[in-house]
Write a protein that binds this ligand. Sequence first.
Ligand code: ADE
Length: 238
Amino acid sequence: MAKETTSTPVLGLLGAMDDEIRLIRSDLADPRVLPGPCEMVSGRLDGHPVILARSGIGKVNAALAASAMVSAGASAIVFTGVAGAVATGLGIGDVVVGDRFVQHDADGTAFGDPIGQLPGEPRYWVPDPQLRERVQQAAVELSGGGAHAVVCGTIASGDQFIADPAQVTWLRQTFNASAVEMEGAALAQAASHLSVPFAVVRILSDSADGNAVADFPAFLAEASQRDRELAHALVARQ
Ligand code: ADE
């Protein structure tokens, strides 16, 4: 009789910068460097198989990394990293779990498409609901009894570091965005085309305003530690 096999899910953990993944990497058991277009390593986190990657910054890098992770065996991808706050009332240290993604720098308006929509693509992408819920539960568990807000909202992505209150207002008014960063919607597009569940969780490192250039690097050490805690909480919920 043929032996029934069930494949073990392999969680893909993705960050753009070294600070977003380095402490997770240091916790991996049996790390093995994988070939690919970016730094990628397989291993076990608290006994669970994972593929960890550092895409580099920006939408193209995020899409390339997602594709490489899926080819290497990731069955789902969660992006953990930092973002700028856009929604009123959110600030540094709060968490946004993406429930909708848009590329704010996509512009086909000359052809009548709404701003943020690439011709032939949806304007908004949505994550896998179960994976998003799992990410949200992990983020709430780590919220320090409410010390940090954890909200679901629209994440706007583009190849721009936003450090201008006028652009923040535009992102809020145009897309009802809660956070802005440089990779999430590209992961959303790539993972959707690859039919792989994805989710994105972002800790707010700055308010995308005139202080963003100073606030962003100052927050990276805390972000590293919180990304690590999120990764452990996520695999525990597998
Ligand atoms: N990632 C973190 N902060 C950001 C900002 N202000 N703009 C774009 N990406 C970011």
